[in-house]
Design a protein around this ligand. Structure first.
Ligand SMILES: Nc1ncnc2c1ncn2[C@@H]1O[C@H](COP(=O)(O)OP(=O)(O)OP(=O)(O)O)[C@@H](O)[C@H]1O
Ligand SMILES: [Mg+2]
Length: 275
């Protein structure tokens, strides 16, 4: 992302006697420059409403920037998603309730080819791939369950498997474990790290939690609501997390980890002051 900005027009009241209505322009993302290297894990933190989801949606091509340029593996964001290069995981699992676990994970393959009359035949060919994905997220035994028969953590695992269906190289994640209890969240963090290391993924991960951001990432980007007077951008600072990998939960007891969390917290305090 190179000098990216995004403004929203939030109010438009009809003007009197045909005059132009009132508009309020909200600058959400300003001068946002971020280069994520292949294989890098970047977390984004910042106060509520500072534009984290907006940044992720811009990267996923779900919103268009007002200014600046965005490039995902040499392509515009929307094309990268369409080509299966990048994939998004939202805060809620967003599963289709009339499809089983297997059906949800197959969906990206089904949508990629609109010839529905070939689907039955193609489906059979894809089942081994889906079986392997479900093994990855430890849900093979639940392939024929419908979403309402799964726990929140299991549903989010289905969403992760579905995001991996087209074998993306880039994962864009928006507080994916925000709704989970702490123990489940720890487990999901470890599973995510295992996937990240096994598949050589590149990840941009939005979270509210400084601990989670530091535990997972190589770099934590701290955003503020509004523009930081020091950097003249939405990014207040970046904290480099040079802790060794593979990471285990024991790392959370390490003084080096505490130090990084402390740096993150100080940056977040600065971010809060600019808003
Ligand atoms: N479609 C939209 N139209 C107008 N304003 C919007 C729209 N989407 C977001 N905003 C505004 O943009 C700002 C940033 O929203 P965003 O959802 O990116 O924040 P966030 O950092 O993800 O917050 P949270 O941590 O609470 O999820 C907010 O002030 C929000 O009201
Ligand atoms: Mg958000």
């Amino acid at each position: 992302m190179e000098r990216v900005s995004k403004t929203y027009e939030i109010v438009r009241l009809p003007g009197l006697f045909g005059r132009r209505g009132t508009e309020q322009i909200l600058d959400v993302v300003t001068n946002f420059t971020l280069a994520v290297a292949p294989g890098e894990f970047v977390s984004v933190i910042g106060p509520s409403g500072c534009g984290k989801t907006t940044v992720l949606f811009l990267l996923a091509g779900l919103r268009d920037p007002t200014g600046g340029t965005i490039d995902v593996d040499g392509r515009p964001p929307r094309e990268a998603v369409r080509a299966g290069v990048s994939s998004v995981i939202f805060q809620q699992p967003v599963l289709f309730e009339w499809l089983t676990t297997e059906g949800n994970v197959l969906l990206p393959l089904r949508l990629r080819d609109p010839r529905w009359w070939f689907w039955r035949g193609r489906r059979r060919g894809y089942l081994p791939t889906v079986g392997q994905l479900l093994r990855t997220v430890e849900l093979e035994a639940f392939a024929h369950y419908y979403p309402d028969k799964l726990s929140g953590g299991m549903q989010q695992r289905v969403a992760i498997a579905r995001a991996l269906t087209l074998d993306p190289r880039v994962l864009l994640m928006d507080e994916p474990f925000g709704a989970l209890d702490e123990i489940t969240r720890d487990r999901m963090n470890l599973e995510l790290l295992r996937l990240y290391e096994d598949r050589g993924l590149t990840i941009v991960f939005v979270t509210h939690s400084i601990e989670e951001a530091v535990f997972l990432a190589d770099r934590v980007v701290v955003m503020s609501r509004g523009v930081s007077p020091r950097t003249r951008s939405s990014i207040v600072t970046e904290v480099r997390v040079d802790l060794p990998r593979p990471r285990q939960l024991a790392l959370k007891e390490d003084p080096a980890f505490f130090q990084k969390v402390r740096e993150g917290r100080a940056a977040l305090r600065e971010a809060q002051m600019t808003s």
